[in-house]
Design a protein around this ligand. Structure first.
Ligand code: NAP
Length: 254
């Protein structure tokens, strides 16, 4: 019950889906959690759920594209809890389109949330974590779509592939600088969250098409990813940095 006891975590996109499951699990395992999201109503519900379970949490409104929001979110984290040990750069959006059908505007919108957001979150997490001896753990949400290509996910593939290699660059920089800060990426298969529910638009045939891509025969649940993030956040993974944790029901084993 205390795998991250006494640690302080910030989770972007923590109001729904994988981020929400992660925030709840980190709190259950002893961390104080900053719920950072554009979705204030749902985010405040997550704070109430954590407090009802005896945990500590605050909500901060954060648009991951905005540098000033990150600066304010980190200041709020340090003001509330005094330090930062864990940063989960989870906020992201899905977008379907081929290289031919994707407009430059849509391409840039996807990169600004999925890639610029992770860059800023990592940059400001390092700055906050450097302020204390303990260092920290940064976990960046990539995807199976950061490992293999899909003709209909041109912008999403590019953003998640970018997260994968940016994570390694950051991990090496932290190691070479002598910071005790680890940076790893996580690569989920299709997880049944509001994002994927939006993609399949309540079409059971479309959902079954996604199911068929996973050898285990079903989609993942947000908790499947939250447990992987908990491992990377905890000291149990202290020899891991620059690694890729794949949790995909066998999708990329084929
Ligand atoms: P989700 O259900 O859509 O939840 C994402 C959360 O992030 C929502 O609360 C959303 O708010 C928020 N958000 C969106 N844009 C934001 C911004 N600019 N700044 C701050 N918060 C923002 O997504 P999910 O399925 O849990 O996915 C979480 C992460 O895992 C994403 O990076 C995604 O690419 C990655 N991933 C997901 C899957 C999957 O199958 N679900 C697979 C691989 C990787 P609103 O609801 O108001 O938009």
């Amino acid at each position: 019950m205390a795998r991250v006891k006494g640690k302080v975590a910030i989770v972007s996109g923590a109001s729904l889906g994988i981020g929400k499951a992660t925030a709840l699990l980190l709190a259950q395992q002893g961390a104080a959690v900053v719920i950072a999201d554009i979705n204030e109503d749902e985010g405040k519900k997550v704070v109430s759920d954590i407090e009802a379970g005896g945990g500590k949490a605050i909500f901060v409104k954060l648009d991951v594209r905005k540098e000033e929001d990150w600066q304010a979110a980190m200041a709020a984290t340090l003001a509330a809890f005094g330090r930062l040990d864990i940063a989960v750069n989870n906020a992201g959006i899905a977008y379907s389109g081929t290289v031919e059908s994707t407009s430059l505007d849509d391409w840039q919108r996807v990169q600004s949330i999925n890639l610029d957001g992770v860059f800023l979150g990592t940059k400001y997490a390092i700055e906050a974590m450097r302020k204390h001896e303990g260092g920290g753990s940064i976990i960046n949400l990539s995807s199976i779509e950061g490992l293999i290509g899909d003709p209909t996910l041109a912008a999403y593939n590019a953003s998640k592939g970018g997260v994968r290699l940016f994570t390694k660059s950051s991990a090496l920089h932290c190691a070479q600088s002598g910071y005790k800060i680890r940076v790893n990426s996580i690569h989920p298969g299709y997880i049944w969250t509001p994002m994927v529910q939006g993609l399949t638009k309540q079409d059971e045939a479309a959902r079954q098409k996604l199911v068929a891509l996973h050898p285990l025969g079903h989609l993942g649940e947000p908790e499947d990813i939250a447990y992987g993030i908990l491992f990377l956040a905890s000291d149990e993974s202290k020899f891991m940095t620059g690694s890729e944790l794949v949790i995909d029901g066998g999708y990329t084993a084929q």
